[in-house]
Every structure is written in structure tokens, then in C-alpha cells.
Design a protein around this ligand. Structure first.
Ligand SMILES: [Ca+2]
Length: 138
């Protein structure tokens, strides 16, 4: 198995992660990831979350704080699924205090720093995010 990631992608546990510099809606971010052969990232365990936090911290220090993830609750309100697997968000969650907000207007999962901790919040489809994040298996 080749563990090399393309230039501009970070390697973690057999996956490559990319933080885009462009601002996009969740839908456009998803489309951009698919175009690169990936998907909006799944944040489903503590080790991966720590890895993502390390990268996000560097970007955060430059003032960019919002990241889309590949999670949504379109199909059934309040039932969050990962785009990568189609499976439910179960064992690992990182909800910010007061989240998730169960509203049919907000169906997209995003991450933002709450103080020094990277946590999940819920956004709308068309809300712009500074960075998208893509993952791709290698
Ligand atoms: Ca919702």
C-alpha cells in the first residue's frame, strides 16, 4: 500500500486530508471534495480528532476557524450520518455546548474552535465556511 499523499495533503492512518483555502457552502465543499476523489471528512474517533485539531490549530492561528465535516441530518431530522460510510454518528461525538440544534434549516456538520477546543456545530447548506476539509483513502 502506498502511503504517500499528494502535495498539500496530510497523511493520517491510511487517509489523506486536505484543508482547502477557498470559502464554500457545504454543498459546494462536498462537490469540490468529490472532484478531488474524496469526501468531506469524517471525524469519528478521538485520535483522528486530535490529528485534525493539530492541523486546524495552525490554520486557526491565522484567524480561520470554520471547517465543514461530511456529516448531515437531511434524511431524518436529528439523525446524523457520515457521508463517507452512510452510517450514523455514534460512538464518538464532539458537540459544542447547546448542540446539536435540531432544526430542519440546519443540516450540515461543521467544526469550530470553542476556546482552544475544536467542537462540532450545525450549519445551513448555504452558509459559507472559510475552509473545507477533504479526506481520501490511499
Ligand atoms: Ca437538522
Amino acid at each position: 500500500m502506498c502511503l504517500d499523499c499528494p502535495v498539500g495533503w496530510a497523511s493520517y492512518n491510511g487517509e489523506c486530508f486536505h484543508f482547502s483555502k477557498s470559502t464554500a457552502s457545504w454543498l459546494d465543499a462536498q462537490a469540490a471534495c468529490r472532484q478531488m476523489g474524496g469526501y468531506l471528512a469524517t471525524d469519528d474517533n478521538k485520535e483522528k480528532h486530535d490529528f485534525l485539531t493539530n492541523i486546524a490549530s495552525v490554520i486557526h492561528s491565522f484567524g480561520e476557524t470554520v471547517f465543514w465535516l461530511g456529516g448531515d441530518d437531511y434524511l431524518f431530522e436529528g439523525v446524523w450520518r457520515w457521508e463517507e460510510t452512510g452510517g450514523p454518528v455514534v460512538s464518538f461525538t464532539k458537540w459544542a455546548p447547546g448542540y446539536p440544534t435540531n432544526s430542519s434549516d440546519t443540516n450540515c456538520l461543521g467544526m469550530v474552535f470553542v476556546d482552544t477546543e475544536l467542537m462540532w456545530k450545525v450549519g445551513t447548506l448555504l452558509k459559507l465556511s472559510k475552509y473545507t476539509k477533504c479526506a481520501q483513502h490511499i
